[in-house]
Design a binder for this molecule. Structure first.
Ligand SMILES: [Zn+2]
Ligand SMILES: [Zn+2]
Length: 332
């Protein structure tokens, strides 16, 4: 499935099989998660994608070939390809363990073609082995919703009472991790979304309500998953002194002005950007031990546009995944 111009639906296309260059593996794609970032790219809110582009950066598949020097994975090995497709290894960010901030980073399904397709090439150094505990479809959302969410959760330090604003693919995974770590989770959804609130409680949230409600206790930290800037001061108003509020999205509408007194008391606002390979290795080691269970809505590859529109409208709970195995016309 190919994006030719922002603002247009993806188009079905016959692509030439990619040939893996030096150090890259050729992967037969089994499943690819659908991320809100893909919607931002489709909508033209991230302005420099490669075009035409195959989107998708939560890829699970098996290695079927490799370029010169690609020896990390045996043929037939199941691997995952995340958003960070390449980093330079030389800049001040890369050299200080922050390759997620690399100035020259290349991102999967943005700067290079991603996984809304049957065959993809990827730099083997940035791929992850996938834990055996997960099916292809269950594993796909771990690669971005899980890994980048995990990075955001780590930025909250040892916050005990954590708020999640927006309870989609990422929050439904992180809720399980946070509870496993002994934190108390407070989940915020769109107004009146009782079904998602019940879903959050089922996954261990102590309290769930609408984002315009005050939680029963102050929050020690919060992650804003929804791309709604107005939620940043909302989260500040619900937080205790010293709380950190982190935006986990790559794009957010403007944050409205707010009185200094709600930031006072050493509260901080921040963001999380991308992932490092260490984040991925740590999280994929942790996930089966929680154990994280992902709830997925499965779509055939050819119905990527429907999957994206369902994500936009909040038509499912958990994560959307495109599957090579899903029969046409079936979902859920
Ligand atoms: Zn993503
Ligand atoms: Zn770099």
């Amino acid at each position: 499935m190919v994006l030719e111009r922002a603002g247009e639906p993806l188009r079905v296309a016959e692509l030439v099989d990619p040939i893996p260059p030096r150090g890259q593996v050729l992967i037969s794609v089994h499943a690819c998660g659908v991320c809100r970032t893909d919607l931002h790219i489709l909508d033209g809110e991230l302005n420099e994608p490669k075009l035409p582009l195959v989107p998708g950066h939560q890829i699970v598949g098996t290695v079927v070939g490799g370029g010169e020097g690609a020896e990390r994975f045996a043929r037939g090995r199941r691997v995952g390809v995340p958003w960070l497709g390449w980093a330079c290894g030389e800049c001040r960010y890369c050299l200080s363990g922050r390759e997620n901030l690399c100035d020259r980073a290349r991102f999967t399904g943005y700067d290079v073609d991603g996984g809304y397709t049957e065959l993809v090439v990827a730099d083997e150094r940035f791929c992850f082995p996938i834990p055996d505990d997960y099916s292809d479809e269950q594993a796909a959302p771990l690669l971005c919703a899980g890994v980048i969410g995990y990075r955001a959760l780590r930025l909250l330090g040892d916050a005990e009472r954590v708020g999640f604003y927006g309870f989609g693919a990422s929050a439904h995974i992180l809720c399980q991790v946070a509870v496993h770590q002994g934190r108390r989770v407070f989940a915020f959804t769109r107004e009146g979304d009782g079904e998602t609130q019940a879903f959050a409680r089922r996954l261990g949230a102590e309290w769930a309500g609408s984002s315009d409600e005050q939680p029963p206790e102050e929050l020690d930290g919060a992650i804003v998953f929804a791309s709604v800037g107005a939620l940043m001061p909302v989260a500040l108003r619900a937080s205790a002194k010293g709380a950190r509020i982190v935006s986990a999205g790559i794009h957010m509408s403007d944050i409205p002005a707010f009185p200094y007194e709600i930031l006072w008391g050493e509260r901080t606002l921040g963001s999380v950007a991308n992932l490092t390979r260490r984040d991925g290795e740590e999280f994929l080691d942790l996930a089966p031990r929680v154990p994280v269970r992902t709830e997925t809505s499965i779509y055939p590859l050819a119905e990527a546009n429907r999957a994206m529109e369902d994500l936009r409208s909040g038509a499912f709970r958990g994560a959307a995944v495109l599957s090579a195995m899903a029969p046409s016309g079936d979902s859920g």
